[in-house]
Design a protein around this ligand. Sequence first.
Ligand SMILES: *Cc1c(COP(=O)(O)O)cnc(C)c1O
Length: 442
Amino acid sequence: MVQTQFPAAGTEKNKVLEQLQALRGEDANWRDGRTWSLVYYGGEEIADLTRQAYQLFSQENGLNPGAFPSLRQMETEVVSMTADLLGGGSGTVGNMTSGGTESILMAVKTARDYARAVRPEIHQPEMVLPVTAHPAFSKAAAYFDIKAVYVPLTEEYRADVSVARRLINANTILLVGSAPAYPHGVMDPIEELAGIALEHHIPFHVDACLGGFMLPFLKDIGEPVPDFDFRVPGVTSMSADLHKYGYASKGASVVLYREDEYRQHQFYVRSDWPGGLFASPTMAGTRPGGAIASAWAVLHYLGRDGYNHLAESTLQITRRLQEALIAVPGLHILGNPQMSVFAVGSEELNLYAVADELESRGWHMDRQHLPPSLHFMVTQAHRNSVDAFIDDLQKAIEEVAARPEAYAEGSTAMYGMVGSLPDSSLAHGFMRDYLSSMTRKS
Ligand SMILES: *Cc1c(COP(=O)(O)O)cnc(C)c1O
């Protein structure tokens, strides 16, 4: 039941907290490893630390760095430590943001405004990005009036470099690559893309939202991870999410730039506001002190050793899951995923039906298309759920095989409809209606 009227009287504190606990009852059970997305769990100690750190600064505001030297120092350290981790030099600068999307919005806006300054002849700016790049980039294109030009994938699910080269033209203001991309967990050929960017003198953003706090540690423990960060000449900006494999509380990411001169185009300033001189580095006004403190706390708590240890353990769980999955007839892993995020496809099985059946068994599944696949993001939460999952997966496959007609509705029908539309406006309308309905009263 949703309450629609503003509460006339207050409720006792303990009662409110009880109600909050009760509200969680229907939520996805991430703690027992029954979800494959959304919550990046590093273990109870880390969860406890980040919660306490957040609490300490939950009232403080990072808007004005002068008022809270504590937050200013923490943010400076988080940004510098991340730059150090990602091969930044003495000139590398950045800011904390509320998440990957804000980091990406900032990087795209910075590229646009940089182009306005140094290439004023461009009137219709374009951004060249792999189709697998996070929708935050196309969102940025929509918000900031930039044309998104998509690079198709090779059979390995990586951006096709030769096509990327051809798509660059006199209007291109930014080239994008992912390390790795979310859908298949596969890294784009960062060095090759960076080479093209250098050749054409255009900025190149590497989106390491997912990999920024995982790939460096996999490298440390001897995994064959190619260079993907500021060590690669031509990389001008990067995004890395602290609230993913950095294990910080939600609301923490870093956007980095090779040079401050370039970052200048990120800032917004206004000097004639009656409220005083106004300067803001990122999209947000008020910024939660808790998110900054939580990120600072976990980086210090774990250190490189702690992250290496977690990366190794997470990779082991991932391999255990992958081996069990590919042992199931009809399933295969798409491309060559380097870390703990990957997708499973099938030529024979109806994966949407299998996912529906798994959901009825208490798993939260992430469906993808183009091609149909199921998405997996592995964390410490899955340490004890892999075997149960494979059990249920086998049962789900048998159920679907026995009664395929029972699964014709559900996500099979939905993805079938989206896939059969000649133009996507119908799907867009349908998805807008869905968003509206999520916050409507009835
Ligand atoms: C999660 C993610 C983003 C967006 O980050 P949010 O924090 O969800 O806004 C961008 N790029 C990649 C590769 C991601 O995995």
